[in-house]
Design a protein around this ligand. Structure first.
Ligand SMILES: [Ca+2]
Ligand SMILES: [Ca+2]
Ligand SMILES: [Ca+2]
Length: 166
């Protein structure tokens, strides 16, 4: 194994976003870091975040989650306490928390969804329900838990339903 050659650097992320990665790993963000993160989101620099700006940042920060528009929409709506359609600096903390949380949730969802059809069948749920923190003593109880999450009664658990449930 020869490590002599330097690995090619990936030019995909701007320096701004690399800073965010560092910030993102710490559990609690201090105010300066939050401000820094906010500035990355606030692409046009007008002090408030539009949905388009959030979409754009999520694509960089949580590429997996970015494919799930309802998750972004949900975090955006939940964070917009003033209901003006924009996320200001005061509301930003909640947005970051939610995105972080949904991203974790999405990872669990992906693990459960072993055939990757973006929905969880009862069989998949049976195998992986413990990942969701669900304990069940019998198959009947498991079925009951499944049906409770499957709010549209489609026979599958969708990511949207997981977010609503947890
Ligand atoms: Ca903006
Ligand atoms: Ca707002
Ligand atoms: Ca599946």
């Amino acid at each position: 194994m020869s490590d002599k050659k330097a690995k090619p650097t990936r030019p995909t992320k701007s320096e701004k976003y690399q800073n965010i990665d560092k910030v993102d790993k710490s559990e609690k963000l201090d105010k300066a870091s939050v401000k820094k993160a906010f500035d990355v989101f606030d692409y046009n620099g007008n002090g408030i975040l539009s949905l388009a700006e959030i979409d754009r940042a999520v694509l960089e920060l949580y590429p997996q989650l970015a494919k799930d528009k309802p998750a972004i929409m949900r975090a955006y709506k939940a964070a917009d306490a003033s209901n003006d359609g924009f996320i200001d600096f005061e509301e930003f903390g909640r947005l970051v928390d939610l995105l972080y949380y949904y991203n974790d949730l999405f990872k669990i969802f992906k693990k459960l969804d072993t055939d990757s059809d973006r929905r969880i069948s009862f069989e998949e749920f049976k195998k992986g329900h413990k990942l969701m923190g669900i304990e069940a003593r019998s198959e009947a109880q498991l079925k009951k838990e499944f049906n409770e999450i499957d709010t549209n009664e489609g026979g599958f658990i969708l990511f949207d339903e997981v977010m609503r449930d947890l």
